[in-house]
Design a protein around this ligand. Structure first.
Ligand code: ATP
Length: 547
């Protein structure tokens, strides 16, 4: 179909209508500039005359009444003398004008030289020269970067820290530099990282429109924050903490006993969430289990939690038998039963919500209460299921993943890079909140988050450190609050108490013997759950499931 031409007012040269106005403005501006140049001596002299008059008035005012007579007489005598001397008036006018011009000159204090010290200038020059191979092209008649060039022509802004290392550098680069090419960018970032001093994290902000790059050295994220009640609304979960410049919000937190504010990475779940499920990946020991424990403790404030512990190391033992914890499963049989129940429960909630909607009522409370499925190392169970020829637990997760958003069911899974290829397509497709934990290359981060980080990798990565990306949002540095297993002997007393304080009370059925001894038996399996029937059929949250 032929396109109808747009009205002329929309298609015409946008400059054509405004050109005379722009030209008029230009003329007015140059006329004003010219007038200012011509009038400048007059302005200076009149300013000087004013200052002379003010000085004379001040002098007169400061003279005592007795002395004013002789002073007036002296002035009158001087004027008379001037008129009598040949060329006296002319010389007097010249003298007064010269004095006024001198007094009226612009005396704005010259700003103190805030340029770099000699060592800093040398460092900047070295950085500049190191960038020449990247930012120079043969045939450029006026190169911004050249071997005989000066850093001042390319670096707009710089700041150094107390150790004399660059803390911030704002530089220009030529428009022909391929800043859309990740390889070219990475090469420049690696070079600046190496030359600015290793051991720190740097953030790179590329402004492709203005051909400018800003390097900022980042301080470490706080590692002293422990699990605690975060001040959030229902449906909000704190993944961890990040840079103040990256988020627009802070949360009051308590560290030791000292309150302070920290910028959080808040993940929104539930019906209005665009990233209703989460996947965290990392190296073994990077903190995936700790992140899931932190999420489960927050989820238990307003909802129910079902834990699938594929690692089977009993690291969720502290949740067993707590109010709101439907099950902590680590055996394949129990996991399959629990996930099958979760799939049915998701469908039940959807049907209930649908019926309520048709009847013009709100959905029943038990369909609205958030349900969380917290799955650690699910791929280990998938592997086991494949070996035993049984159903894949990930297949059973499909329904909660697909319909969980509408049904108030959230899936949070953690796994390891090595086994990530065993993750099923639905798990990959529906987990749009992503976290990478521990040491990771830019390629690994890109594989999980969709884009590489804007910051350089850290040499030493503290546990619980990583990156988070919610949907298509920016990649954020992330530090998960310390939420260790309180039953682990290695856990410090303060952290143990912090986690225990967050645990909901025990339900009647679960007694202290549900607590696994350190290094002792694993967590209670659904098949052996206190709520399980004698025939082995388990009930989760009071509902019967078929194992
Ligand atoms: N955010 C954190 N703050 C402090 N310590 C942490 C944090 N995350 C993890 N750790 C510590 O790092 C160690 C490994 O943590 P965790 O078990 O959560 O890692 P993981 O990735 O699940 O490893 P694995 O798969 O081997 O269990 C533990 O000692 C834990 O206490």
């Amino acid at each position: 179909m032929a396109r109808r031409p747009l009205p002329r007012i929309l298609t015409g040269n946008p400059l054509s209508g405004s050109a005379p106005i722009a030209r008029g403005r230009e003329l007015a501006r140059s006329a004003a500039d010219g007038a200012a140049d011509v009038l400048h001596p007059l302005i200076t002299i009149s300013r000087g005359l004013r200052r002379l008059a003010v000085a004379a008035r001040g002098r007169w005012a400061a003279t005592s009444k007795e002395q004013r007579g002789p002073l007036g007489f002296l002035a009158a005598g001087s004027v008379l003398l001037v008129t009598l001397v040949p060329y006296g008036p002319l010389l007097a006018v010249i003298g007064v004008t010269a004095a006024a011009a001198w007094l009226g000159r612009d005396r704005t204090p010259v700003a103190e030289d805030s340029g770099p010290s000699e060592a800093e200038a040398e460092r900047l020059q070295a950085l500049y020269e190191a960038l020449v191979p990247h930012f120079f092209a043969e045939g450029d008649p006026a190169p911004l970067y050249s071997h005989d060039g000066d850093w001042q022509q390319a670096f707009c802004e710089h700041a150094f820290d107390d150790d004399g290392r660059p803390a911030r550098l704002h530089l220009k680069y030529p428009a022909y530099f391929p800043d859309g090419d990740d390889g070219a960018r990475t090469a420049v970032e690696q070079l600046l990282h190496a030359k600015s001093g290793r051991g720190r994290e740097y953030r790179f902000d590329w402004d492709e429109e203005a051909n400018q790059l800003v390097l900022t050295a980042l301080g470490p994220l706080p590692t002293d924050l422990a699990a605690q009640r975060f001040v959030t609304s229902p449906g909000e979960t704190v993944l961890g903490f990040t840079d103040a410049a990256s988020v627009q919000r802070t949360l009051p937190v308590v560290c030791g006993k000292v309150p302070r504010d920290e910028p959080p990475v808040v993940w929104r779940t539930g019906r209005r969430s665009t990233e209703p499920h989460l996947l965290a990946l990392g190296q073994p020991g990077a903190g995936g289990t700790t992140l899931l424990r932190s999420l489960a403790l927050q989820a238990l404030q307003h909802g129910d939690v079902l834990v699938v512990d594929g690692g089977g190391t009993g690291e969720f033992g502290c949740l067993v038998g707590r109010r709101g914890v439907l099950a902590v499963e680590s055996q394949l049989t129990g996991v399959l039963a629990a996930l099958e129940w979760a799939a049915h429960e998701t469908e039940r909630r959807l049907v209930a919500a649908n019926r309520a909607q048709q009847a013009g009522r709100t959905a029943p409370a038990d369909s609205r209460r958030p349900l969380w499925i917290v799955a650690d190392r699910l791929t280990a169970l998938s592997h086991l299921a494949a070996v035993e020829g049984r159903d894949d637990p990930q297949r059973l997760l499909q329904v909660p993943l697909r319909h969980g958003r509408a049904a108030g069911v959230t899936v949070a899974a953690a796994d390891q890079f090595e086994t990530a290829e065993l993750l099923s397509d639905p798990v990959r497709a529906h987990t749009k909140a992503r976290v990478v934990l521990g040491p990771a290359t830019a390629e690994e981060v890109r594989a999980v988050l969709g884009v590489p980080p804007h910051t350089t990798p850290l040499g030493q990565v503290p546990p619980g450190r990583g990156y988070a990306r919610l949907g298509t949002g920016p990649v954020l540095r992330l530090q998960v609050p310390a939420t260790p297993d309180p039953y682990d002997e290695a856990t410090g007393e303060a952290h143990r108490r912090a986690v225990l304080a967050l645990l909901p009370e025990r339900t009647g059925a679960a007694q202290d013997d549900a607590r696994p001894a350190a290094g002792g038996p694993g967590p209670v399996s659904l098949a052996k759950h206190p709520d399980a029937d004698d025939d082995g059929a388990a009930s989760v949250g009071g509902r019967r499931t078929t194992p």
